[in-house]
Design a binder for this molecule. Sequence first.
Ligand code: UD1
Ligand code: CA
Length: 478
Amino acid sequence: MKQWVVYGSMFSSTKLKGKNSVTFSVITLAAGLGTRMKSLRPKVLHELAGKPILHHVLDTVRELSPQQTVVVYGHQGEELQSLTKDYEVDWQWQEQQLGTGHALRCAYSALATTGRVLLLYGDVPLITTASLQQLLYATPVEAVGVLTTVMQEPGDLGRIVRDDHGNVTAIVETRDASNAQLDIKEINSGIYVFPYKNLADWLPRLQPNNDQQELYATDLIAMAVSDGVPVLAQNVADYTEVLGVNTQQQLSYLERAYQYQQAICLMRDGVKIYDPKRIDIRGDLNVGKDVVIDINAIFEGEVHLGDGVIIGPNVHLKNVHIAAGSVVHANSVIEDSILSDNTKVGPFARIRPGTKLANGAKIGNFVEVKNSVIGKGTKINHLSYIGDSDVGNSVNIGAGVITCNFDGAKKHKTIIKDEAFIGSNCELVAPVTIGEEATLGAGTTLTRDAPPRALTLSKKILTSIACWVRPTKQKEGI
Ligand code: UD1
Ligand code: CA
């Protein structure tokens, strides 16, 4: 079984050795509008596992360390380029999308070196470094190589035509294929390697002799054969690796395939996953030993789960570090935060950016914490909002406590010292400090600091009104 890129990359960029180790450049075609996606966004910016399709391709390409990477673009170039600024690529504009052969022709003039040319379509996101390396290695330097795979239902993918001896003779598109050719199960991935010098000769000779009246890169195969240049088809065992994204259905198919493979890799690393078909990793998930993940968990950005961490169902974690022994119960959302050992969060908790929970801290149901430090063993068990606060160790915060941190213009800080006890339903009007071992009576609106080791409470006069009559509903028809 092939390997998948899971945490950044599992592949080392093994340099090619031997006779086929000539330098190479990469051309990635990404100019098509992607009409079949029925979207205003360029197709290659649609995301798979939280990352644009094109970036999957470019990350894989980067592993190969090519001499140069040219990306052909056509639509919304500014957005495409600004989102892709972390990649070292040269951009080539294709003003009109006249076909894959035309796009290659545009890019060819941008090549700065004369090594081999590895051509990739920017809408094939799951191609692996290993398969590209195999293609480069297996194809002799003077030959043309194409990655193919076998599919029982090849749909509208280009068919690999072979002669009686099994030699590749051409690639034919579905709409141009004869009935006999439509029965061919070996398809074109759209990934090829060409000798640089032959392209100079072949590209001007491409003709729009097809149903779409476009210039097809696929026609280069028949040209190579007629010029006596050997063509090698390198087969990829798992077809999901070379599937392109043309429609939303295809994108969701690849998303699920990718997520499933990530789940398999995690289970191989010892993670217990309740259902590998109900997990989403949109970034890098790093795990310790004996981690348990329940259904529908979503991991975004950089997430670390320490030894023995348990993630309940429907939990959403984004850029979170959770240390050993911690538990996140169902339906909790945690973002840009750090949880130390043995913390407990949820169910139904929201931990917003800038929060640090110290060892053994507990955040219960319907509690929101933002930009706050919560000390060791401190408990905020029910229905509270704690924002911009510095809460000490072993503090107990009762149900319904609210930090009033915003005065309409500025945010203010609440400081709660060690072992303070905040009664239910208190409002802490920041800036305010609650001293060590202080107690706040239930329902206190704290507008000044509370001294340590004292009871502070808002004096409210409790009144009982005798002979008071509760309003009653009039019965209908009376
Ligand atoms: C193409 C292949 C088909 C192959 C399939 C694999 C051709 C003629 N057909 O079909 O044999 O099985 O890919 O996924 O090559 N593009 C440009 N400029 C253009 C046209 C396309 O940059 O003028 C880019 C697109 O953005 C896309 C890629 O080239 O990233 C492929 O184009 P697409 O229209 O998706 O080709 P397919 O119909 O999928
Ligand atoms: Ca395609």
